[in-house]
Write a protein that binds this ligand. Structure first.
Ligand SMILES: Cc1cc2nc3c(=O)[nH]c(=O)nc-3n(C[C@H](O)[C@H](O)[C@H](O)COP(=O)(O)OP(=O)(O)OC[C@H]3O[C@@H](n4cnc5c(N)ncnc54)[C@H](O)[C@@H]3O)c2cc1C
Length: 406
């Protein structure tokens, strides 16, 4: 147990918390910053269970934080990886369309990507698609040459190293339990002791709403966990895919549908789907927490969500339980891939913020209270955007210490 004083306590050792801590420590070297992480390792949740894609910035509403931070974040992250010797594979990406309706949506996506400033983006015809991806079916495709893949755990470790080298401290296995504001300071109770802090920064991912409440803020949203399950291509089938291969997404849904993703270590993943998880960190069907489920089921917004998306929800459950349905999704992209080519892979759980009317909150959401700055919604592409989100939050925190002599 410890009792400590610090200027800033950052909650969460994922990419967003680590990047925020790293940027703030660089802006104010004399500030005492402590990052706490409830798990016994960094990046153990979303940041270490994602698809590893450095997104180009095509999908997001022009002018949104997602659009800005993804396009700028892509450039900054690739540069960061080069500087720190982290391997990046620039494999490029195709989004493939087959029907007239998909081609219309593909053209809209193209315009959106151009508006967002994505470099090199262009529509290609079937003949050129075949040159990049001989086994992919598509009448037309949107080609993003700069999309890349990386191991985000390596990036998290690099952020942590820079933060600690600049004087920051990281406490693993330390969970924030509650915080009370007393005379301009927060008394933060953790599983390892009490920390007196001038500012709390909430980067708790799947628990961002819980941490907001524990620190006295009503978040106005609820995190609903959606598990994404992957299969992996057997090594002798990997040659069927060269780069990232995606279908045209349903614009009304936040997830990008099952796609094919080469990884930096040379394997190829298919997925993820999107099924309601039985707990916030429910990586398998059998992971279930009564408290998490009761919280989801008692939330009015969840039932609005069910009312709106029940068909898609049932289809996702079907696809999760029946491999043949998953395989059919993959075959829409590469018909040659069969069930025998796919073996079960890892899974991840996405933190999807939902408001009281069941609307999926799309953009990154960062809010402030006197005691804290809360990153309430940082779904994909937050890994790609992590340098920009961290800088943005650190700038807000920096203002709080203006004239404070630190
Ligand atoms: C399946 C999947 C695929 C994805 N693919 C991509 C992709 O290809 N490209 C991309 O850009 N993005 C992708 N994303 C999104 C991206 O991974 C996340 O948006 C990003 O990692 C969020 O980082 P974070 O730091 O906010 O959250 P997290 O990584 O979840 O970190 C939050 C941390 O807070 C800790 N914590 C929570 N509560 C407490 C507490 N009370 N006390 C102390 N610590 C606490 C948690 O243990 C956790 O380590 C994907 C996500 C998933 C799940």
């Amino acid at each position: 147990m410890f009792t400590e004083n610090t200027d800033v306590i950052v909650i969460g050792g994922g990419l967003v918390g680590l990047s925020t801590a790293m940027h703030l420590q660089a802006m104010r070297p004399r500030l005492a910053i402590m990052l706490i992480e409830k798990d016994d390792q960094l990046a153990a949740q979303q940041s270490g269970h994602n698809s590893g894609v450095i997104h180009a910035g095509i999908y997001y509403e022009p002018g949104s934080l997602k659009a800005r931070f993804c396009v700028e974040g892509h450039r900054a992250l690739v540069e960061f990886c080069i500087q720190h010797g982290i391997p990046v594979v620039k494999c490029g990406k195709v989004i493939v369309a087959n029907t007239d309706e998909e081609i219309d949506r593909l053209e809209q996506l193209h315009e959106r990507g151009v508006d967002n400033g994505v470099p090199g983006l262009r529509i290609i015809e079937q003949r050129e698609l075949r040159e990049f991806e001989p086994n992919v079916t598509g009448a037309r495709a949107l080609y993003a040459p700069h999309s890349a893949v990386v191991d985000y755990r390596k990036i998290a470790a690099a952020y942590a190293g820079i933060f600690q080298a600049a004087g920051g401290s990281i406490e693993l296995g330390t969970e924030l339990l509650s915080a009370q504001r007393v005379r301009g300071q927060s008394r933060v109770e953790t599983t390892a002791g009490v920390v007196e802090a001038r500012l709390i920064i909430n980067c708790a991912g799947l628990h961002s709403d819980v941490v907001a409440k524990r620190t006295g803020t009503k978040p106005g949203l609820r995190i609903i966990p959606f598990r994404g399950e992957y299969f992996e291509l057997r090594s002798d089938s990997r040659h069927l895919v060269n780069g990232l291969v995606y279908p045209v997404p349903n614009v009304n849904l936040p997830f990008l549908d099952v796609h094919l993703t080469p990884t930096v270590d040379g394997s190829v993943e298919a997925g993820p789907n999107a099924v309601l998880a039985g707990k916030r960190e429910g990586y398998r069907w059998r992971d279930f927490a009564f408290g998490d489920m009761a919280a989801t089921l008692s939330y009015g917004g969840f039932w609005w969500l069910v009312g709106r998306y029940w068909k898609q929800g049932l289809a996702e459950i079907n696809r999760s339980l029946r491999k043949s349905v998953f395989v059919a999704s993959v075959q829409r992209l590469v018909p040659e891939i069969t069930a025998d080519d796919l073996v079960p892979g890892h899974s991840g759980v996405r933190a999807q913020a939902v408001d009281g009317r069941g609307r999926l909150i799309d953009d990154f959401r960062i809010e402030e209270s006197p005691a804290a700055i809360h990153v309430l919604n940082a779904p994909s592409p937050a890994a790609t955007s992590s340098l920009m989100i961290g800088k943005f939050v650190a700038e807000k925190a920096n203002l709080r210490f203006h004239g404070a002599g630190r």
